[in-house]
Design a binder for this molecule. Structure first.
Ligand SMILES: Nc1ncnc2c1ncn2[C@@H]1O[C@H](COP(=O)(O)OP(=O)(O)O)[C@@H](O)[C@H]1O
Ligand SMILES: [Mg+2]
Length: 247
């Protein structure tokens, strides 16, 4: 079972968005996928996946023996992804207890949506994983935080660490106002396995639970999921790939 933590340091860069997108796409490829909300006390993966109305139990109920793990997992009918919701109450969950729950999951992929920051929530999520995906946006402050996180990850003996660049604006790159994903990967010394452009459809999906297949963020999700499934590190820009095909 591959256990991948999606982390960033900085909040609001797209960890939850990338976790949900990658999870959906891997599931649609036929893999068994469980998404774990690692943000104990500030749950939002259930909201982004549009399953918050179906949540009965959460990770704290599993830990306290009030339900079995299978009872707490919520199925997203559309994609087949199962979600382990986090508690909306701030609880003391030890890294060992959290890891125990993760290790009892039966799936091909467990994706752990890491909380923002680099304190105990970060440690709990990262120490339960054996691979990491760092998410950054092209902003200087997000890149700086991603660099800090990359340094911290090196003490965790993770098998693999790679990068997803989110909210890329090709119009700004063309004007020389934004770094390219390749440049960001070089700065951080990480292989870029996914590039997600700024796309209104990300918000549309989170509101309505569906988006047109042609949405560029969906294309990004397909490319990212293929890299993750095959453990490849191909940097493919979703826009450019489409444009090349049209010519
Ligand atoms: N590629 C994108 N295009 C447009 N909006 C995005 C994109 N990625 C994330 N967002 C928006 O940015 C906000 C923060 O994203 P989120 O995934 O919750 O970040 P984090 O989990 O790192 O705090 C959300 O409102 C989300 O809809
Ligand atoms: Mg989040």
């Amino acid at each position: 079972m591959r256990k991948i933590v999606v982390t960033s340091g900085k909040g609001g860069v797209g960890k939850t968005t990338v976790t949900a997108l990658l999870g959906r796409k891997l599931s649609l490829m036929g893999y068994g996928v469980v998404l774990v909300d690692g943000d104990v006390g500030l749950n939002n993966l259930d909201v982004v996946m549009g399953i918050e109305g179906k949540v009965v139990y959460d990770i704290s109920d599993v830990l306290d023996g009030r339900c079995r793990l299978s009872q707490a997992l919520v199925l997203d009918n559309e994609s087949g992804v199962r979600v382990l919701p986090s508690s909306s109450r701030k609880l003391d969950v030890s890294p060992q207890a959290f890891r125990g729950v993760i290790d009892s999951i039966n799936a091909d992929f467990v994706l752990i949506d890491c909380p923002a920051g680099i304190d105990e929530g970060f440690h709990r999520a990262v120490s339960s994983a054996n691979e990491a995906i760092v998410v950054t946006t092209p902003s200087a402050s997000a890149i700086r935080d991603a660099d800090k996180v990359r340094g911290l990850l090196s003490s965790y003996h993770l098998g693999d660490v790679s990068l997803v660049v989110n909210r890329v604006r090709y119009d700004m790159i063309r004007r020389g106002e934004m770094l390219t994903s390749k440049e960001i990967g070089n700065l951080l010394h990480l292989a870029v396995i996914g590039v997600v452009p700024e796309d209104d459809h990300v918000t549309v999906y989170q509101q309505l639970g569906r988006v047109p297949e042609f949405a560029v963020s969906e294309k990004s999700g397909d490319i990212l999921a293929e890299n993750v499934a095959k453990s490849t590190k191909n940097l493919v820009e979703p826009y450019m790939k489409r444009r090349w095909r049209w010519r």
